[in-house]
Design a protein around this ligand. Structure first.
Ligand code: ZN
Length: 115
């Protein structure tokens, strides 16, 4: 299941980024997951249970997932459109566009620590 490897790579990234003492004070991880990213937030939450079950190292750390909508920019008029129902056309001039600005990403947006 690919969500499991995504979660372990997130944890590995944080472990490389922050020192042990800081990781112990980590209280929340905020992710941004584009709706075109092929990542199912529900499965990501499930996969994260391996890290925050009672007694585990990150049991106190909450996972927050924010869904990022699809947006496209138009080659003709430059307008940015938030895509609804997978209609990849400019809401200003009606021309089709495949210039995707957001919606494909999966990133660690923010990490919160206890004071
Ligand atoms: Zn346009």
């Amino acid at each position: 299941m690919h969500e499991v490897s995504i979660v372990s790579s997130i944890v590995r990234t944080l472990e490389l980024e922050f020192e042990e003492a800081k990781l112990e004070r980590m209280k929340a991880i905020h992710l941004k997951v584009g709706i075109l990213s092929n990542i199912e937030p529900r499965l990501l939450y499930n996969a994260y249970q391996a890290y925050n079950h009672p007694g585990s190292k990150y049991h106190q750390v909450a996972l927050n997932i924010e869904s990022v909508p699809i947006s496209i920019s138009c080659d003709f008029c430059g307008h940015v459109t938030e895509v609804q129902q997978y209609k990849f056309s400019c809401e200003n001039c009606g021309r089709p566009s495949k210039n995707i600005l957001t919606g494909e990403e999966m990133l660690i947006h923010k990490v919160e620590f206890e004071d």
